[in-house]
Design a protein around this ligand. Structure first.
Ligand SMILES: C[S@@+](CC[C@H](N)C(=O)[O-])C[C@H]1O[C@@H](n2cnc3c(N)ncnc32)[C@H](O)[C@@H]1O
Length: 205
């Protein structure tokens, strides 16, 4: 009974969400698409001939946005869950942290990558502190991979949840990249601790 009421409230909330409605109208697979649209408007990092890696891509909203901007480049999406085909996007199913998957990613781009995106989130466990920490760990691993494969002026953009691990992420980012900006898009729910870290240009040291 309680569960029914909760799912009814969730549906009402979802239907009142303007970004959810817009995503249906415009054919985006997730409302998250609007976060990337907003961040690209602000930081202007998607260019038509770029190579882009989209980590945690499923169901595909961010990859859809990338295909609208990157017309001639290479786009690789990776997720441990399946993703329905998107034209001009190659997809690898698996945990990006597994050596065989990260090897495949590196092999796919035989040149430097311009943009590494990560909208990855750890599975919810019911313990918010733990989930925040685990999503932070995903960000740190994605940053390590990004540092290996990005071009000199490359961009790393990742989801994080505000929590104790933020300091470690911010410090690592500031050591690794020339420019680091913490940003919360309008379309990211106000009540969520979700924020994004935008990093540009590999540091020499
Ligand atoms: C918030 S969703 C991404 C939504 C996506 N950006 C979109 O616009 O449709 C987070 C995704 O991260 C994926 N994920 C979490 N951990 C992962 C890992 N270690 N390797 C690959 N994907 C992972 C999840 O399977 C999930 O699909």
């Amino acid at each position: 009974m309680k569960k029914n009421k909760a799912s009814k409230n969730w549906l009402i909330k979802k239907n009142r969400d303007p970004y959810f409605k817009q995503s249906k109208i415009l054919g985006y697979r997730s409302r998250s698409a609007f976060k990337l649209i907003e961040m690209n408007k602000k930081f202007k990092f998607l260019k038509k001939d770029f190579s882009v890696l989209d980590l945690g891509s499923s169901p595909g909203g961010w990859s859809q946005v990338v295909t609208r901007e990157v017309r001639k480049g290479k786009i690789l999406a990776v997720d441990k869950n399946p993703m329905e085909k998107i034209n001009n996007v190659d997809f690898i199913e698996g945990n990006f942290n597994d050596t065989n998957i990260s090897d495949k990613i590196i092999l796919y781009f035989n040149n430097r990558v311009n943009v590494v995106l990560s909208d990855m989130a750890a599975n919810t466990s019911g313990n918010k502190t733990l989930d925040t920490y685990r999503t932070g760990e995903l960000c740190l691993s994605a940053m390590s991979l990004a540092k290996k494969i990005l071009s000199q002026e490359g961009v790393f953009l990742s989801k994080i949840f505000m929590g104790s691990i933020f300091k470690e992420i911010n410090e690592k980012a500031k050591k690794s990249f020339k420019k680091v900006v913490i940003y919360k898009p309008e379309s990211s729910k106000k009540e969520s601790k979700e924020i994004y870290i935008f990093c540009k240009g590999i540091s020499e040291i």
